[in-house]
Write a protein that binds this ligand. Structure first.
Ligand SMILES: Nc1ncnc2c1ncn2[C@@H]1O[C@H](COP(=O)(O)OP(=O)(O)O)[C@@H](O)[C@H]1O
Ligand SMILES: O=C(O)C1=C[C@@H](OP(=O)(O)O)[C@@H](O)[C@H](O)C1
Ligand SMILES: [Mg+2]
Length: 194
């Protein structure tokens, strides 16, 4: 056990070093685990965690479904863009974004310039099982939400694929996902070492 914790401890150290003062920005579709895994990755790295949707809800004093309903998606995207640009100014942190954030060109450029993006990639069935459990995603309030999710996958995956790093989100223990995210981050340092 001692040996295992030392190995993961040193991976976390390498990952911290790789990050420097930047934010690790988690991107990917609804249900990929950006919010849940991001929080645990931040704990493992010993740095603060922030979720852009939570920050949007805090500053607007409205929930995401309320914002969509009151102002529509375009206004939500404008607010999301402003909030993420601001959040990127402070680091290092783990920043979990909402699924549409990285699709916005301006937000994506800000993340590319100021953060290290990691795509939590997942298959449709994994996402579907997870999003079914909560009723908080306005974009899935359609007649056929599974088809909507699939259409979003088709439209968005080529864009998520431009993230710096990619980790496959699967139905394994969350700690295993955390380990894989940290390993992916640590590996960037090894790659950049002469
Ligand atoms: N291995 C896993 N990886 C990620 N999330 C998982 C995993 N197992 C269960 N979950 C659950 O799936 C849900 C993922 O939702 P969330 O973190 O809100 O995703 P996102 O922010 O990407 O939409 C959470 O309720 C989380 O607890
Ligand atoms: O994919 C999207 O466009 C959205 C994803 C949601 O966040 P999660 O990906 O954290 O569910 C939230 O920002 C909003 O409902 C829109
Ligand atoms: Mg989320």
């Amino acid at each position: 056990m001692e040996e295992i914790s030392q190995v993961s401890g040193s991976a976390a150290e390498l990952a911290r070093k790789a990050l420097g003062k930047r934010n690790l920005v988690l991107v990917g579709l609804m249900g990929a685990g950006k919010s849940a895994i991001g929080k645990l990755v931040a704990q493992a790295l010993g740095i603060p965690f922030i979720d852009s949707d939570h920050e949007i809800e805090r500053v607007s004093r409205m929930t995401i479904p309320e914002l969509f309903q009151a102002y529509g998606e375009p206004e939500f995207r404008k607010l999301e863009q402003r909030v993420i640009r601001r959040l990127l100014r402070t680091g290092p942190r783990v920043l979990s974004t909402g699924g549409g954030a990285f699709i916005n060109e301006d937000t994506r450029a800000a993340i590319r310039d100021n953060g290290l993006s990691l795509w939590l990639d997942a298959d449709l069935d994994v996402l579907w099982e997870r999003v079914l459990k909560r009723d908080n995603r306005p974009l899935l309030k359609t007649e056929n939400p599974k088809k909507t999710l699939e259409d979003l996958m088709i439209a968005r995956y080529p864009i998520y694929a431009t993230a710096h790093l990619r980790v496959k989100s699967r139905d394994v223990k969350k700690d295993e996902m955390v380990g894989e995210v940290i390993a992916a981050l640590a590996a960037t340092l090894e790659q950049s070492d002469p």
